[in-house]
Design a protein around this ligand. Structure first.
Ligand code: DAH
Length: 342
């Protein structure tokens, strides 16, 4: 067979073999056996030199065309095989259940706060806010609690060594607020009556942590100022909100108490099936009263015209009752096993 006649069948054989390669390594092997240094096609090309001058150009042309065809077939097959290698080994089962991402939850204290806010919004209360780093005036003095008042003892707190606000007079130290009642003053200083607000927020006391105390906890304050406001309004509002929060079987009662910023003052006792189950008749749950005339004087409201009531309660207390939690410290440990139960 002449040299020229050998090119075409060899090309066809090589192409067939390359196209048949089942994986990348056998493709590389076939490539070597045809166009590698010792390949059959390479050997054919080497013979080009022994051809006569007349035969050489057309043989060269044919060989180059065959070589280009081989390279194209090689590249195409390589791409197919690479794609095949990248596919999953096992067939995909689209009926398998998906992998779900675990959803987070709102902290139980956040849930109780949100529910309380929702209940008060229904009856026209707005949410107000104030600083956790408070000054002595707003936390105590303006609430009719001067420096020598015994109530300062039970609400001892953390004082800042250096004021963050250098404009404050030195007699007015900065401290971590002991209650949200300071926000009553801040709101009344800024706006004229009528006022209908609640204030959820974090408060601080110099308390040792135990099952029912923590140096940081949360309160919700309420303040209502208008003309002709009565204790009846206070009682009706509190009863409505606790029923919304804890269910229809809730009963509340007012007991006389003392707070320096209200007159008269009461403590609110609460009961429902849960309280009875704990073996108790009543549980003390909040403080409240009619806003003291001196407090109105302190914010520039005329106590002859304006009347109002205020209350404050601890959010942890409500959450512990609602969810049957027996240690307040559990709220702050961020243990997911605890938190995911609520
Ligand atoms: N500030 C009180 C406390 O932390 C709770 C309280 C009592 C708030 C009576 C009030 C109130 O607004 O009128 O124990």
């Amino acid at each position: 067979m002449s040299f020229l006649n050998e090119i075409e069948p060899m090309k066809e054989a090589a192409l067939a073999e390359l196209r048949k390669a089942l994986d990348l390594s056998s493709l590389e092997q076939s490539k070597g056996s045809w166009v590698g240094p010792n390949g059959k096609f390479t050997a054919l090309m080497k013979q080009l030199g022994s051809l006569s001058k007349e035969e050489r150009p057309s043989a060269g042309k044919l060989i180059n065309a065959a070589k280009a065809a081989l390279e194209a077939a090689l590249a195409a097959r390589r791409e197919e095989l690479e794609l095949k290698a990248a596919l999953p080994k096992e067939p995909t089962d689209f009926t398998l259940p998906g992998r779900r991402r675990a959803l987070g939850k709102l902290h139980p204290l956040t849930q109780v706060t949100d529910d309380t806010v929702r209940a008060f919004r229904k009856i026209g209360f707005a949410v107000a806010d104030g600083p956790e780093i408070e000054d002595e005036y707003h936390c105590f003095d303006a609430l009719n609690t001067p420096a020598d008042h015994p109530a300062r003892d039970s609400q001892d707190t953390f004082y800042l060594a250096k004021p963050t606000n250098p404009q404050l007079p030195s007699a007015n130290s900065q401290l971590l607020r002991t209650h949200t009642s300071s926000v009553q003053i801040r709101v009344m200083e800024k706006q004229p009556p009528p006022i209908r607000i609640i204030v959820p927020g974090r408060v601080y006391r110099r308390d040792n942590a135990d099952a029912t105390h923590n140096p940081t906890f949360h309160q919700i304050e309420g303040l209502y100022v208008d003309k002709n406001v009565t204790v009846g309004d206070l009682k009706g509002t509190v009863e409505f909100v606790f029923k919304e929060l804890m269910g229809g079987d809730v009963k509340i009662r007012f007991r006389p108490h003392y707070f320096s910023y209200t007159e008269p003052s009461y403590e609110i006792d609460f009961t429902n099936a849960l309280v009875k189950k704990m073996g108790k008749d009543w549980l003390e749950i909040a403080g409240c009263g009619m806003v003291h005339p001196q407090v109105f004087e302190n914010v520039g409201y005329n106590p002859e015209i304006w009347t109002g009531w205020a209350f404050g309660f601890g959010i942890e207390r409500i959450a512990m009752l609602r969810y049957g939690i027996n240690d307040i410290r559990l709220f702050y440990e961020n243990d997911v096993r605890f938190l995911k139960q609520f």
